[in-house]
Design a binder for this molecule. Structure first.
Ligand code: NAP
Length: 302
């Protein structure tokens, strides 16, 4: 499995299997075990998905059944949800709770899931506590999710270490708008993790669209991805994953189906898209934006 290097020194597999979206609030132990057995080494969980115990169950079964299941070969992420002062919670207590559910001594990556959830304490204070849990060895690396440029800048201006990653909605329908954020992140050695990367292929994510320009650009994008996939003897999902990989972006995806899990994993050994094909996919939307996950602020790039 191809990996990228985080500024913490850790290696992160370029593709991860998520337990949100399709699995949100559901027991996903069986399909996560299938993902692990098929070759996924990178799992993306979150406290908010309310299914960390099922990730723990999959990890425990995988570890017991396989000789190649060395913990060090796995990369496990979880994300911090809101911290309730009234309930006596802290960033550390939330992570310790997650570790117990996951059956792990540490996670590889702990992310602040959504800056909006930390208005009371402030993101700088939360980030200080994130640094502390890393120093305690409860996580190897720390990062953020759904942060915009000014929120990341706030952490840096406070003299604190930079997040290793920012996990954001990223696909061709937001790529041009997000370029300033990506440039800023590159300058500070912050990798981008994409969620929603396969959005252009998912009809239900366009159901409510009334904007003719978005519809027209989706058709153009579909046609282009189809043609690039055909030329390169790959599926459309694989072509979009290759588009992410070519930009040095870590792809967080998921599936409810074993055959699709295998399809995603097979991407790793397929030839890369040409620079021209990558550019064509980025440009075909003409900067027309369509967001699926509009509950988070990272699209405002200020
Ligand atoms: N940080 C955050 O705020 C945040 C937000 C959202 C998600 N995430 C993370 O990112 C993970 C993935 O998010 P996502 O589900 O949005 O990822 P995605 O990669 O955009 O979509 C995955 C879905 O695409 C479908 N799919 C794949 N190929 C397809 C094709 N050719 N035609 C039609 N459908 C196709 C799959 O359906 P099947 O199940 O039918 O295969 C699967 O459910 C989540 O599980 C979660 O871990 C994080």
């Amino acid at each position: 499995m191809n990996t990228l290097r985080l500024h913490s020194g850790a290696s992160i597999p370029w593709i991860g299997y998520g337990s949100g979206t399709a699995h949100y609030g559901k027991d996903c132990a069986a399909i996560t075990l299938t993902a692990l057995q098929s070759g996924f080494t990178h799992l993306d969980g979150a406290q908010a998905y309310e299914n960390e115990p099922s990730l723990g169950e999959a990890l425990s079964k995988f570890t017991q059944a396989s000789t190649s299941s060395d913990r060090k070969k796995l990369f496990i992420t979880t994300k911090l949800e809101a911290v309730s002062k009234a309930k006596g919670q802290t960033v550390e207590s939330k992570l310790r709770e997650s570790l117990q559910k996951l059956g792990l001594d540490y996670v590889d990556l702990y992310l602040v899931h959504n800056p909006k959830q930390h208005a009371e304490a402030g993101i700088v204070q939360v980030w200080k506590e994130m640094i502390k849990v890393k120093e305690l060895g409860l996580t190897k690396s720390i990062g953020v999710s759904n942060f915009n440029k000014s929120q990341i800048k706030e952490l840096l201006d406070a003299g604190l270490e930079a997040p290793t990653v920012n996990q954001i909605e990223y696909h061709p329908f937001v790529a041009q708008t997000l370029q300033p954020l990506l440039d800023f992140q590159a300058k500070h050695n912050i990798l981008t993790q994409s969620y929603g990367g396969l959005t252009p292929l998912i009809a239900s994510r366009f159901e409510k669209v009334t904007d003719a320009a978005v519809k027209e650009k989706r058709e153009a994008l579909e046609k282009l991805v189809d043609s690039i996939a055909g030329k390169n003897k790959m599926t459309t999902s694989q072509a979009l994953l290759k588009w992410l990989k070519a930009q040095g972006i870590i792809a967080i995806t998921t599936s409810t189906k074993e055959e699709r899990i295998k399809e995603y994993l097979a991407t790793d050994s397929l030839p890369d898209l040409s620079a021209e094909e990558v550019k064509e996919i980025t440009n075909v939307t003409g900067g027309i934006q369509h967001r699926t996950f509009d509950f988070v602020p990272h699209m405002d790039t200020q």
